[in-house]
Design a protein around this ligand. Structure first.
Ligand code: NAP
Ligand code: HSE
Length: 430
């Protein structure tokens, strides 16, 4: 029976979950691997911090060298977060022939391709399943389960915090700020929740998914990102009245070799499976050319769900060590990265504007849309919030993003339109 030694960087929410799974599932893990997994050293910020778990104090250190340059450590399990410093640490660990498991999407979205390359050069594995959608094995689904297929589209609820906030705003009509505070207290919001709320966390995860799905190399700059900060109760209630639910959705799709990649609030038909995903749960819809539509659902964050993905990655590393095939799992990009231009992105839109309630207003507005060849599926007019104004809500048929941009530009200059209140993508229906 061999022994694999790990150096654990981070003993917070996920790190303590990993210790629990290694301890509680020890016998099953040993049976499946034929190896024991021993935690050799644990890197933390503060060794004197009181901790709930009983930890051998000799294992705790604040010196990363005791892990990355330790000849007794076989695998580094990185669960401390951070981008550039953590990258340097992991690059060094790889050059010292340590395999890596990480849950760090911030790191993988920025330095992932280079780290994967360094790992290959050093015949080491690097796995990062927990970085996207926590406990849902979505990366392995793309690399293994659907390896034989061509992915056409992925739509995902990949941020638990924003899904929690939108669920509470929709189902209980609660206000944004107190619900965000609740999500922080429940432990799934990031230390700085702006990356959740403004869509950056989801954008990092979508970059990782798009790289794997389309075998290109995308960077964060390639993602068009809009967060949920500006969504109001009125938007939610108009959407509901028209049969839609608003969700923060990461979307990536390919057509003729060109890819679109975005994170934005989207109106989904209320009966769409992604619209049914509540609270902090995540779900990823994958459409493949041969397999058709599939959907993966589960907890996207939290100690044990995320730790499950981490320990399963660790077991994969150990299996590869035993089989002598480490460093072969990563397949680099196959195609040149090509992004769609605005005129190549086609979708429906929900538009809300406030206009003067007078004869000719509607005609002036529809003239603009007629010029841009935009037609409508639904139109609603209601009294506006100010006397003498009307609120107009429209859902377009499929148009290009360029048609939308042109129409918005012209509406801005139209005297009878007081303001464009909001506009959102509509997806998930023909
Ligand atoms: P956390 O609770 O804040 O824990 C971070 C741990 O890392 C702590 O033990 C901290 O030490 C240690 N640490 C932080 N910076 C360090 C540094 N510079 N040097 C040494 N130790 C350091 O974080 P977490 O929620 O477990 O998240 C860990 C990683 O998993 C992050 O990359 C996160 O994005 C990712 N992730 C988290 C979840 C989730 O549900 N929480 C889900 C998916 C992915 P002290 O204990 O001494 O403070
Ligand atoms: N803050 C993240 C979320 C944690 O809310 O989904 C999991 O990556």
């Amino acid at each position: 029976m061999s022994v694999i030694n790990i150096g654990l960087c981070g003993l917070g929410t996920v790190g303590t979950g990993v210790l629990k799974i290694l301890e509680n599932h020890k016998e099953e893990i040993k049976h499946k691997l034929g190896s024991d997994i021993i935690v050799n050293k644990i890197l933390v910020n503060d060794i004197h911090k009181p901790r709930n778990e009983e930890i051998d104090p000799d294992k705790l250190t604040t010196d990363a060298e005791e892990l990355v340059s330790n000849p007794d450590v076989d695998v580094i399990v990185e669960l401390m977060g951070g981008i550039d410093d953590t990258n340097l640490l992991l690059e060094k660990a790889l050059r010292n022939k340590k395999h890596i498991v990480t849950a760090n999407k911030d790191l993988m979205a920025v330095h992932g391709q280079k780290l994967l390359q360094t790992a290959k050069e050093n015949k080491c594995d690097i796995f990062y399943e927990a970085s996207v959608a926590g406990g849902i094995p979505i990366l392995r689904t793309l690399t293994d389960g659907l390896a034989s297929d061509r992915i056409r589209k992925i739509m995902g609820i990949v941020n638990g915090t924003t899904n929690y906030i939108l669920t509470k705003m929709t189902d209980e009509q609660l206000a944004f700020e107190p619900v965000l505070k609740e999500a922080q207290e429940l432990g799934f919001a990031e230390a700085d929740p702006t990356s959740d709320v403004d869509g950056l966390d989801a954008a990092r995860k979508m970059t990782i998914l798009a790289n794997l799905a389309f075998k290109m190399e995308f960077s964060l700059d390639d993602v068009e990102v809009t967060g949920i900060r500006d969504i109001t109760q009125e938007d939610i209630s108009f959407a509901e009245n028209l049969g839609y639910t608003i969700k923060l959705i990461g979307i990536t799709a390919i057509h003729n070799g060109k890819v679109e990649l975005s994170v934005e609030p989207v109106l989904l038909p209320t009966e769409h499976p992604l619209a049914q995903v509540k609270n902090e749960y995540n779900a990823v819809y994958v459409d493949g050319e041969a397999v058709g539509e599939t959907m993966f659902y589960g907890p996207g964050a939290g100690s044990l769900p995320t730790a499950t993905a981490v320990v399963s990655d660790l077991m994969e590393v150990v299996k590869n060590i035993r089989l002598g095939i480490s460093g072969n799992a990563h397949v680099g990009p196959q195609f040149e990265t090509q992004l769609k231009e605005n005129h190549e992105k086609h979708m429906k839109y929900f538009l809300r504007m406030e206009a003067d309630d007078q004869a000719g207003t509607f005609q002036a507005i529809t003239n603009i849309f007629t010029d841009e060849k935009v037609s409508f599926a639904k139109i609603l007019q209601l009294p506006g919030s100010e006397k003498g104004t009307a609120e107009i809500v429209m859902i377009t048929h499929k148009i290009s993003k360029q048609q939308l941009v042109n129409s918005l530009e012209q509406l801005k200059n139209l005297a009878v339109v007081n303001r464009m209140i909001s506009y959102y993508r509509v997806d998930g229906e023909e």
